[in-house]
Structure formats: structure tokens, C-alpha cells
Design a protein around this ligand. Structure first.
Ligand SMILES: [Zn+2]
Length: 257
């Protein structure tokens, strides 16, 4: 995986203490190791969070921000893929405990701002809990953004795991790890029959496991994915993340904006 010019863990301890200030922003990439069907590697979400955070941090640093990157967190809350060999997951409580420990450690440095760049949808809820915990326990300024992978029109809004966007991004980042001959449409078409029950954003949420939909755990349609689309998904995200880091650097919830 590529390295950022701003790798916090490559500093010595004393160098860290004299380099970081209260204005420093520390980015923690959050991935997962989980089943992504036959066409994508287990480390898909980790690779996306890692690579996108390298580019975002380098871009923001080039624009003058004092931003640093921690090594990525690989094992996170992927219990929806527990049934599939190759998924290595920890529970929401264990993820929260890990993030509490990282926040406690960050609070011992001069930095006061932690930004999570997340590659796995299943982490969104526990990361939201962690943001508030670390704010309350250690006074840190805490933020999270997820690597956005768009759906194609053919996915009926259901391209959420191993679909067109994620597969295109991986064809851009690590084409040698993508098995194009295993591309297969895996859309749970029956879900479109329900007006209120659905995934994030629908009025009614439901507890689901990726095996519930009968498609080998994939939710999406990778057919038609391509590296060019992935390159523009990556560029869009890096632009969004760099702009977000700039906004975070001056964020004041009590101010007028
Ligand atoms: Zn994924």
C-alpha cells in the first residue's frame, strides 16, 4: 500500500511531541476484512480507506493543513458477514473499546482533532457512538466521513456491497486483486416492493445479514464496473475529503461559521 508523506507513526515520540500542536488534525483510516463475494478481496474496505486517506491527507497537507495519518484499523464490526469464512471481525463493543483506547492515546499528544476515514458501511453506527464518547471523555474534536461509493442506475439503489462503485474503485486502486470473470448481478429485487422498509435512509430499518438476500453475500451489480469510473470516484472522494479537512480545521460549533 502506498505511504503518505505525513505518517504519524514514522515520527519518533519526541519528534511527535515537538511537531504536533493543538491545531494538528490526525486521520485514522478504518477498514474491514470481510467477505466481498468471489470478485473482490477480503481487504477491499481496508484498501479503500487506506489508499483514500493517503491521498486525502497528502492533498490537504499540500494545501497547507497540519494533517497527519495513523496506520489503519483493519479489523472492525463486520458481523453481517460472520457466516462467510475469511471475515475477521470484532464486535461493536470491542470496536468502541479500541477507539476509546486510540482516543485516550491521542489525548496524550498535543493534537486535539481526530478524523475517521471509514471504508465499511457496517462501522457507521459504532463510529458515531465513538465520536461522542471521545468528545466527552477526552475533550477531543471528533469527525467521521465514509468513502462514498455511488450506485449505478442498474442497481436500484441497492449497490451497497461489492457492487458497481466499490468494484470500479478497486479496479482503479488494485486491479490485480479484482476477478472480472466472477462478476455477477446480485440485486435483492424483492426489496423494491416495500415502501418503508429499506437500508440507510429508509423510514424503517431492519436487522440483516449479508446471507439473507441469497446472493453469496453480494449486494450490487459489478458487471459494467471499470477502472476509469473508479478513478473518477477516487478523485471525487479525495476532493471531498480534502475540502472536509479544511472545514474541520476551522470548525467551531458555537461560532457563526
Ligand atoms: Zn466493502
Amino acid at each position: 500500500m502506498s505511504a503518505s508523506v505525513r505518517e504519524l507513526a514514522e515520527l519518533s515520540g519526541p519528534a511527535l511531541s515537538s511537531t504536533l500542536t493543538a491545531e494538528s488534525i490526525v486521520v485514522l483510516p478504518v477498514g474491514s476484512i470481510e467477505h466481498h463475494g468471489s470478485h473482490l478481496p477480503l481487504a477491499t474496505d481496508l484498501i479503500m480507506a487506506d489508499e483514500m486517506s493517503v491521498r486525502a491527507v497528502d492533498q490537504a497537507a499540500a494545501q497547507g493543513l497540519d494533517v497527519w495519518r495513523l496506520p489503519p484499523l483493519a479489523y472492525t464490526k463486520s458481523d453481517e458477514h460472520d457466516w462467510a469464512p475469511g471475515t475477521f471481525w470484532i464486535g461493536a463493543d470491542e470496536l468502541l473499546a479500541t477507539l476509546r483506547g486510540i482516543g485516550r492515546s491521542l489525548a496524550r499528544t498535543p493534537a486535539r482533532t481526530l478524523v475517521l476515514i471509514n471504508g465499511h458501511g457496517g462501522n457507521v453506527a459504532p463510529l458515531g457512538v465513538a465520536l461522542r464518547e471521545l468528545r466527552r471523555l477526552h475533550g477531543l474534536r471528533t469527525f467521521a466521513l465514509s468513502v462514498a461509493v455511488p450506485s449505478s442506475p442498474e442497481e436500484s439503489g441497492l449497490g451497497i456491497h461489492g457492487g458497481w462503485g466499490e468494484t470500479s474503485l478497486m479496479m482503479h486502486l488494485r486491479p490485480e486483486l479484482v476477478s472480472t470473470r466472477d462478476f455477477a448481478r446480485a440485486i435483492p429485487e424483492g426489496l423494491t416492493d416495500y415502501r418503508h422498509i429499506g437500508f440507510a435512509g429508509a423510514p424503517v430499518q431492519f436487522g440483516w445479514l449479508s446471507v439473507d438476500f441469497g446472493h453469496d453475500g453480494v449486494l450490487g451489480d459489478p458487471t459494467g464496473a471499470d477502472a476509469g469510473a473508479g478513478e473518477s470516484i477516487a478523485a471525487d472522494f479525495v476532493r471531498l475529503a480534502a475540502e472536509s479537512l479544511e472545514e474541520i480545521s476551522r470548525f467551531d460549533p458555537a461560532g457563526s461559521g
